[in-house]
Design a protein around this ligand. Structure first.
Ligand SMILES: NC(=O)c1ccc[n+]([C@@H]2O[C@H](COP(=O)([O-])OP(=O)(O)OC[C@H]3O[C@@H](n4cnc5c(N)ncnc54)[C@H](OP(=O)(O)O)[C@@H]3O)[C@@H](O)[C@H]2O)c1
Length: 241
């Protein structure tokens, strides 16, 4: 019997992570998601469960003990990981001089250390020919005023991606994606009043992540920028339209 492929998606209760979970489930994968807020996680699980097998575990990716438990629950239930999507992230919009040490650390804990912890625990059960996709940002390619902690974390994600890809050779492919503005709670909480139709939609980013995982055509270690719908939808056109 061939086991279904398993996708682990951090920050899967909302936004890009939830759209990505749906995309993998539509391709017949089993999906494991995590997030901190139990109520939103449960709501996401109920929606996803209508499509297939889903596991939802409360876990803060910045906390080593919680990550260890999350990944061992995935191992107990699904046995292996084919695709790891390190998507959980937080945004801080604040002048550098006013950023506290606590705020700086909390951005780095989720956006960077979270990827280190989840990947470290997941790697031993990742399949050969598996894929890791780290969600960076356009703000991981150039710096912006009032986004120093966020940009520092997202630039670092690209360095981590390139280095890990080099280390794992082609046994497991490692990519970063760098989206521009996406219509999610994160974006609107920072820039309220933006026309949602002027932004990318979470499903566009999900489609690109799915394409990277299933096709594996891009060079391992690359950071793929997604700034407009054209960058994002070739897979959707090819597969779903
Ligand atoms: N929206 C954009 O314009 C945009 C652009 C470029 C890149 N990105 C990146 O895309 C990713 C997803 O962003 P989004 O816009 O979809 O954000 P979102 O709608 O705010 O969703 C973020 C998700 O991450 C979870 N999360 C946050 N901190 C976590 C932690 N420490 N541990 C576990 N889960 C955590 C949240 O759940 P809980 O709060 O319950 O934990 C939620 O499920 C982020 O890495 C973000 O930096 C977003």
């Amino acid at each position: 019997m061939v086991l279904k492929r398993t996708a682990v998606i951090t920050g899967g209760s909302e936004g890009i992570g939830l759209a990505t979970a749906f995309a993998f489930m539509q391709e017949g994968c089993r999906v494991a998601i995590c997030a901190r807020n139990q109520k939103r996680l449960r709501a996401a699980k109920e929606r996803l469960a209508r499509t297939g097998d889903v596991l939802a575990v409360r876990c803060d990716v910045g906390k080593s003990g919680e990550v260890k438990k999350f990944i061992s629950t995935v191992k107990e239930n699904f046995g292996k990981i084919d695709f790891l999507i390190n998507n959980a992230g937080v945004l801080l919009v604040k002048e550098f001089a006013r950023t506290s040490e606590e705020e700086w650390n909390s951005v780095l804990d989720t956006n960077l250390n979270g990827i280190f912890l989840v990947t470290k625990h997941a790697l031993p059960i990742m399949q050969k020919n598996g894929v890791i996709v780290n969600v960076s940002s356009g703000a991981g390619k150039r710096g912006f005023a009032h986004l120093t902690a966020y940009c520092a974390s997202k630039f670092a994600v690209i360095g981590l991606t390139e280095s890990l890809a080099d280390e794992l050779k082609d046994r497991i492919k490692v990519y970063a994606v760098c989206p521009g503005g996406v219509n999610t709670k994160m974006y609107h909480s920072a820039w309220p009043g933006t026309n949602p139709h002027s932004l990318l939609q979470p499903e566009h980013i999900a489609a690109k992540i799915l394409q990277l995982c299933l096709k594996q055509k891009a060079r391992s270690g690359s950071a793929i920028e997604i700034y407009n719908i054209r960058d994002a939808v070739e897979y959707v056109k090819e597969r779903w339209l």
